[in-house]
Write a protein that binds this ligand. Structure first.
Ligand code: MN
Length: 353
């Protein structure tokens, strides 16, 4: 990550100098007391480990979503302010709709991490393998996660399933570290919260979620341009793929499903990231309580995205099939062919209803 004037600010306001064009007063940039004071027990050892390290790698799960991208970026900016050498890495490329984010071009796209970094921070992973990065074994690791499938696999672990996004934990950490929450950081964190709460629609969205959003907007995140970039900047390939998926929409009572084949992907000229959100069209049907989106992979396995509304815990369903996620949003990968994977998931879901 390149050092830039806006990201190398130190804690002492006297060293900061004038901030770039912003209507906010300097004091308005400090987080509200509620956030600055919240300090879960896991934070102390994590801040100590960060302090002791010099070269720090930050990553999150493969196929990064908005929370993964935004949180890695904000975490990287926090570490730079703390004077660290920072490497931000994903095993997959950053989806197009997130590439406008501040510093997104600094994220490296690698299969194997190398170099002499002395600490790696893994966001939203239940194990090293979730990053799909090689070279993390034997490293000093910090695990920060908010999934119910979270596990204590690292040297230091902070799992808070009440957090609406891992961005909330990164924000709490940054506040505890005493760094300045820049408008760039607030933008990344707000985008993460916006996308991970399904635009403030998912179960668990409460007053606290909105006070977090309020805080990030106060610190410089601009909701309208961010929404514009995330929701109204889709590539044409995504719309064509959605059309193919909707042609494959089926329903049986409270279960709905839809799928795309590799040839649907090819015909639409679609990338993996174009599949993001398609499952929401199935869960959006009145009376449907569980929805599944199936995508045939090039290796003939099948990637499943599950969504529920109401009481059905799709994280439990996905975990039994080797995946994970949240109660209302989860995923897993099954052996193909596609009809066999569909049979397997429907069999399991029908035991619920
Ligand atoms: Mn998340």
């Amino acid at each position: 990550m390149k050092q830039s004037a806006s990201m190398s600010r130190q804690l002492d306001p006297a060293l900061v100098g004038p901030l770039p064009e912003s209507p906010l007063e300097d004091s308005a940039r400090m987080p509200m007391a509620a956030y600055g004071q919240r300090r879960p027990a896991a934070i102390g050892p994590i801040l100590q480990a960060i302090q002791d390290a010099q070269n720090i790698l930050v990553t999150a799960h493969a196929r990064p979503d908005g929370d993964a991208v935004g949180s890695v970026l904000a975490c990287g900016m926090m570490l730079e302010q703390l004077g660290k050498q920072v490497t931000m890495v994903f095993s997959d490329r950053v989806p197009l709709i997130y590439r406008w984010l501040p510093c997104a071009q600094s994220i490296q796209h690698l299969q194997r991490v190398q170099g002499d970094f002395d600490l790696a921070i893994l966001l939203e992973c239940d194990g090293i393998e979730r990053t799909r990065l090689k070279g993390l074994d034997g490293r000093r690791l910090i695990n920060i996660d908010h999934h119910t499938s979270g596990r204590n696999f690292a040297h230091l672990n902070w799992i808070d399933t009440d957090a609406c996004a891992v961005a909330e934990l990164v924000f709490t950490l940054a506040c505890a570290a005493g760094v300045r929450i820049t408008p760039e950081m607030a933008t990344c964190l707000y985008m993460a919260v916006l996308t991970d709460t399904g635009s403030f629609c998912y179960e668990g969205t409460d007053a606290h979620t909105f006070s977090l959003a309020h805080e990030l907007v106060r610190l410089g995140a601009r909701p309208a341009p961010i929404a514009q970039d995330v929701y109204f900047s889709n590539p044409m390939s995504k719309m064509l793929l959605l059309g193919a998926a909707l042609a494959n929409l089926r329903r049986d009572g409270r279960i709905a499903w839809l799928w795309v084949t590799t040839s649907d992907m090819e015909r639409s000229n679609a990338a993996e990231e174009d599949c993001e959100g398609i499952v929401n069209y199935a869960i959006g049907i009145a009376g449907v309580e569980v929805a599944v989106f199936l995508r045939e992979l090039p290796d003939h396995r099948v990637r499943l995205s599950l969504r529920s509304k109401g009481a059905v815990n799709v994280a439990a369903v996905a975990e039994k099939l080797g995946g994970g996620g949240h109660e209302n949003a989860s995923g897993c990968t099954l052996p193909g062919p596609l009809p066999a994977a569909l049979d397997a998931i429907l069999l399991r879901l029908r035991t619920i209803f």
